[in-house]
Design a protein around this ligand. Structure first.
Ligand SMILES: NC(=O)c1ccc[n+]([C@@H]2O[C@H](COP(=O)([O-])OP(=O)(O)OC[C@H]3O[C@@H](n4cnc5c(N)ncnc54)[C@H](OP(=O)(O)O)[C@@H]3O)[C@@H](O)[C@H]2O)c1
Length: 237
């Protein structure tokens, strides 16, 4: 049984992962911008044991909220041995952006890159204690290749991929294993404007939840660093 922080669990991929892992008996601490969003949902704290299920306010753009979330989780669970980073935003900022889009670029940098970096840093001393900690990061295919004109999103995901490599390098001797999950389009709010193919043909959130669940049972010697999955064929030329 792991003691897991999940960011971005209010909806989409993070929510599916939380539902799967709670069913499997792990201790979960969810970092959510607006805790009311979980009232009367399957992730309502009222429906779970308070020793095994914590919901804390977390905003990736607020430097201090990550430390508060980590410290309050440790008060309940005594330790943290897993982080699953799902919070993220997508903005379609072009290379030749307008001056009024500068804020968008800064937001994407703060949420998609600095958010996971700071949360990992704040939890590092706890992750280092277990000798078999896991960090799972929702990167994207956009962290492996730049397609179309998603300049700011792709920039943030390449940076996040680089951060994953550093986490792996620095965590290896402490038994921390990192996996960067790199999906193509997943059927969530983030992909709601994509109409090139039906939503049922996209990657489904439950499939990513199953991947996470499987990752958590692998020993230190067998954790894959990267899992890329796509719902369409992409050629390299
Ligand atoms: N969907 C895709 O096609 C796809 C493909 C590849 C990778 N990904 C990546 O997978 C991750 C999850 O995406 P998703 O599809 O589940 O997206 P989603 O349905 O749009 O959900 C995004 C999640 O991030 C949270 N979030 C946004 N800004 C935040 C902030 N400032 N602080 C804390 N939490 C914040 C949202 O919380 P609120 O409810 O409060 O807004 C929500 O829980 C993202 O990193 C995304 O880039 C998605």
């Amino acid at each position: 049984m792991r003691k897991i922080l999940i960011s971005g669990a209010s909806r989409g991929i993070g929510k599916a992962i939380a539902l799967k892992l709670i069913e499997e008996g792990h201790c979960l601490s969810l970092g959510i911008r607006k805790k009311d969003k979980l009232i009367n949902t399957p992730l309502d704290p009222k429906s779970h044991s308070p020793e095994k299920f914590v919901v804390h306010t977390y905003d990736a753009t607020d430097r201090k909220s990550s430390k508060r979330w980590v410290e309050n989780t440790v008060k309940t669970f005594k330790n943290i041995d897993t982080i699953i980073h799902c919070a993220g935003i997508l903005k379609k900022t072009n290379l030749i952006f307008n001056d009024n889009e500068m804020q968008e670029i800064e937001d994407i940098w703060r949420v998609n890159v600095m958010g996971p970096w700071i949360l990992t840093k704040d939890a590092w001393k706890y992750l280092s204690m277990s000798n078999s900690a896991r960090i799972i990061v929702l990167v994207s295919m956009s962290g492996k290749r730049s397609k179309g004109n998603l300049a700011s999103y792709s920039m943030s995901k390449f940076a996040l991929m680089s951060l994953c490599q550093t986490m792996r390098n620095e965590g290896w001797s402490k038994g921390i294993r990192v996996t960067a999950i790199c999906p193509g389009w997943v059927n969530t709010d983030m992909a709601k404007e994509i109409n090139k193919f039906p939503k049922k043909d996209m990657i489904q959130t439950n499939d990513i939840a199953n991947i996470c669940s499987n990752l958590l049972v692998l020993p230190n010697s067998s954790v894959p660093f990267e899992i890329a999955l796509n719902c369409i064929l992409e050629t390299t030329n």
